[in-house]
Design a protein around this ligand. Structure first.
Ligand code: ZN
Length: 130
């Protein structure tokens, strides 16, 4: 195997693990036990995931993004096809719901992974000083 094996085995990419819904430390254990319920700890490496209570912040952020995307699409469709109002409702209500649900979990996973990485880095720094 002539693959370049970069020695950054410290933490997996937070975006990759977040989108995949995997543990931010080992990249193996599952981050979620329910659709958005985070596991209490990683079943693979034992990382305590209790810190990962990001509340409703991601949900509100997703609403803004999805709202912006859907309104932009709706305006485009309106200009190009000029459909009646019920077509808009039929198109955009399901689109909004599906997009929100599709984005919420990976986004929350990324938030948790970034949070874990920041915490880990701060922990290392204080350990060095001690
Ligand atoms: Zn783990």
């Amino acid at each position: 195997m002539s693959h370049d094996h970069t020695p950054d085995h410290e933490t997996p990419n937070p975006f990759a693990t977040g989108i995949a819904g995997r543990c931010p430390r080992c990249g193996e254990g599952l981050l979620f036990t329910g659709f958005l319920k985070t596991a209490s700890k990683c079943e693979s490496c034992g990382l305590d995931l209790e810190f990962a209570d990001s509340g409703d912040g991601p949900a509100i952020f997703i609403m803004f993004i999805v709202g912006f995307v859907v309104i932009t699409l709706a305006l485009l469709v309106n200009v190009v096809f000029n459909p009646p109002m019920w077509v808009h409702l039929l198109l955009w209500i399901p689109t909004t719901i599906i997009l929100s649900l599709a984005l919420l979990r990976p986004f929350k996973g990324i938030m948790i992974a970034l949070q874990y990485r920041n915490d880990a880095r701060e922990g290392q720094q204080t350990d060095d000083h001690a």
